[in-house]
Design a protein around this ligand. Structure first.
Ligand code: NAD
Ligand code: UD1
Length: 338
């Protein structure tokens, strides 16, 4: 029995593959390496002493999926594969809908043909659009996404919901991640963005190591305690554990579930800078600029449903996130392929 992990060479995927192998699961990875290096999985094998089966292929490739389902006794699929840059999605909407929406439809269709009925999907807090209020619970309004990336996640959730009505024997869990951050505490696995990072923690890390000169803080006039944007940062190892919990509870309740994975605590951009400075024992050079288009003031979770339904909650705090992000950055200044 094996678990198929799509996008398993990527940031969250590789940490989850590690957690799965550590608890004795057999893992098969499919990844087209469009935003990852196979080095991540080599390091997962070093850390765990176990190797996932790896197939370098695209989830849009039906033949590759058919072969994997025929070769391995796959019982569950954890589906990370997708494109995730908001700015790129605005420039290349078709690529985003093709990869994220069509890719998921092809995967689902091939799962059905192969008789594999359990799916965990990487959704995002982006499905809540501009929140009416925080904290965000699963009952909060979704929609009002402002870019093709966010819309692709919303569309996939809707497709999966509709599909689960037609195929009630499927077990589908959409996990809505808040802001993943940090790295494996070994410093061997972490986030390796292409080019200049869009997201806050990789950006701060690269300023700390001297690769980037200065962090631009997007706005200090939000209605938040210090005026900068507030988010729910969650340690990537907590996120990985959340997937294991979702697997364990896949047969509980309804055919379709959507569950937040967050900590339930919001931190501002300035909080993050301070915490990183403490972890790295260095000053982060920053300057305040105007707001970034599409940003919301606050986005943090009510994480009680995950606690109730999955028996899961985040256990790592901001200090550990920043410590591990820095440990990864300083040990791998050029990422995996330096
Ligand atoms: P990532 O880019 O590091 O990982 C995605 C992986 O999927 C990469 O290894 C990439 O090579 C692979 N991939 C992409 N398209 C593919 C395709 N068509 N076929 C096969 N492989 C493909 O991203 P991540 O941060 O690990 O995110 C994983 C998932 O979680 C994504 O679906 C992302 O949208 C979602 N998510 C991420 C965040 C975040 O902040 N990192 C937040 C919410 C949701
Ligand atoms: C962004 C995406 C979101 C996606 C998520 C994870 C946007 C508008 N939203 O979320 O759809 O799901 O990443 O990939 O891009 N910040 C700075 N300076 C920087 C970078 C960020 O001040 O250089 C601030 C932002 O304004 C925000 C906070 O830091 O307040 C977090 O930003 P980021 O890491 O990009 O995540 P989100 O904007 O929450």
């Amino acid at each position: 029995m094996a678990i198929l992990v799509t996008g398993g060479a990527g940031y969250i995927g590789s940490h989850t593959v590690l957690a799965l192998l550590e608890r004795g699961e057999d893992v098969v990875v499919i990844d087209n390496l469009s935003n990852a290096s196979q080095e991540s999985l080599i390091r997962v094998a070093e850390l765990t002493g176990k190797e996932p089966a790896i197939c370098v292929a695209d989830i849009l490739d039906r033949n590759a999926l058919k072969t994997l389902f025929a070769q391995h006794n796959i019982t569950d699929v954890i589906h990370f594969a997708g494109l995730k840059s908001v700015s790129e999605s605005i420039a290349k909407p078709l690529a985003y809908y093709e990869n994220n929406v069509v890719g998921t439809m092809v995967l689902l269709d091939e799962m059905q043909r192969a008789g594999v009925h359990s799916l965990i999907f990487s959704s995002s807090a982006t499905v809540y659009g501009n929140p009416e209020s925080v904290p965000l619970s699963e009952a909060s309004r979704t929609g009002g996404t402002t870019n093709p990336y966010g819309t692709s996640k919303l569309m996939v959730e809707q497709i999966l919901r509709d599909f689960s009505v037609a195929e009630p024997h499927f077990r589908i869990t959409c996990l809505r991640y808040f802001n993943p951050a940090g790295a494996h505490p070994s410093g061997r696995l972490g986030e390796d963005p292409n080019g200049i990072p869009n997201n806050l923690v990789p950006y701060i890390s690269q300023v700390a190591i001297g690769k980037l000169a200065c962090l631009t803080v997007f706005g200090d006039d939000y209605p938040t305690p210090d005026g900068t944007g507030v988010r729910d940062y969650i340690h990537v190892m907590d996120l990985a554990q959340g997937h294991l919990a979702a697997l364990d509870h896949r047969n509980d309740g309804e055919a379709f579930k959507a569950i937040n994975l967050g900590t339930g605590v919001g931190y501002s951009v300035l909080d993050l800078i301070k915490a990183f400075e403490k972890a790295a024992q260095t000053k982060i050079n920053y300057r305040i600029v105007g707001r970034r288009s599409g940003d919301v003031a606050e986005c943090w979770s009510d994480s009680s449903l995950a606690r109730q339904q999955l028996g899961w909650q985040a256990t790592r705090n901001l200090e550990e996130m920043m410590r591990d992000a820095w440990n990864w950055q300083k040990n791998n200044p050029g990422g995996y392929n330096a």
